[in-house]
Design a protein around this ligand. Sequence first.
Ligand code: UDP
Length: 483
Amino acid sequence: MESDAEKLHIFLFPFMASGHMIPMIDIARLFAARGTKSTIISTPLNALHIQESIDGDKNSGLDIGVQVIPFLCVEAGLPKGCENTDSITSPEMFMNFFKACDMLQQPFEKLLEEHHPDCVVSDMFFTWTTDAAKKYRIPRIVFHGICNFTQCARKNIERFAPQEKVELGSEIFVVPGLPDKIEMTKSQFPLWHDETKSNMMDTLIQKTEVTSFGVLVNSFYEMEPAYAEYYKKDMERRAWNIGPVSLYNRNSTSKAQRGKKAAIDENYCISWLNSKKPNSVLYVSFGSLYRISTSQMHEIAMGLEASAISFIWVVRGTNDKEQYSLPEGFENRMEGRGLIIREWAPQVLILDHPAVGGFMTHCGWNSTFEGITAGVPLITWPLFAEQFYNEKLVTKVLKTGIESGNKLWKLTMEPDCVQVTKEKIQEVVTQLMGNGIEAKDMRRRAKEVGEMAKRAVVKGGSSYNDLTALIEELMANKQKLKR
Ligand code: UDP
């Protein structure tokens, strides 16, 4: 057995949002399961949140822990206790949240000085961690939480600016230089896409990809080989594909406890699903952050009702009323056929159940990849961030999903906003869940990709080997520095 001094010690520093923390915690576990010591750095409330599940990991023998650093929310103009993007309700709060994140630098450096880990894996938003780690001769690895395809498409949009050659938001242009023909429209990007501020952040993030030790990608080679190569060769990034990281969670308890505490008893959820036929249930969720408008919630409800399909729908409070805005009597009418879960569902547990045959998703990368990994075809409904790229990966590269039709990037939805009508929802749901040739083909392809994903993480698989290669390189680096 290795002594503590010989063991690799990895610091993992996630951005404080569910979509960033969840995969990073899985990565911490993956490292620890391969014999390293993993320390997750987080702020007091977030640390409190994850402590119980980390204690569980410790009890099962992993060398894993949490180090807390203060988050100066009030000083940055945020309400007390606002330590996670889940509690952000306005764009101004986002700006202040980033301000408070910048103030983490000093306490973080103090931790580096005290513990001197062998590597820092930190979120892309913490660009300053590259230089902070360099000061102590510690390699920093960037974690974006997105796939190779999206990295490459995003880069080529920036490099070749094809959007500048079209006038209307709805005009189609081809993203140049990619292995596949990928068409997009200007409306699928934020309005501020060309403005200096976001570009400055993007530029900084990309610069740190090059100046850091490398990039960890939550993907696996066989899913997107052309893009994994493109990212390394054309974009000259050092990258390790180690996903799907969600597959670290193998039993129902760890699947159910990912992220927050679910608003439904996991056993009830499983027995509900057990009562359904294989591939007959559609899972509907729009992630951990986004709030769907009241009008859109009603359209979804009516579309689902008209489709006659069984479903599980995770509803979050709407942005205007902070209430679960469902049509009158809807839940009663759907009893037995539709299960409504408020705020937080045990997503991976649900997706992995054989009764689930489709996933309507907002295309956040974690959700998209969890759906792909479960071997389930998707209905893509991108909303914001890089989600429109993820949609293209699914519908045009993997061909394991169909588009809901939303083409409008929107950070928030006005109360009366309807992006997809009930008729369209009914149409795509019945198409995806039906027995048409296209649906059957999609289901078969989705299953194949899901199986590939599972093979990638077992001993000898591509993701397993990439993690081995990284650990060996970090170990060699540690030895070199000792000399
Ligand atoms: N998630 C979950 N239950 C929910 C909503 C979300 O477990 O009810 C998890 C989901 O499995 C994924 C993450 O939260 O791992 C959401 O990340 P994603 O990148 O999909 O979207 P975001 O929430 O960042 O928009």
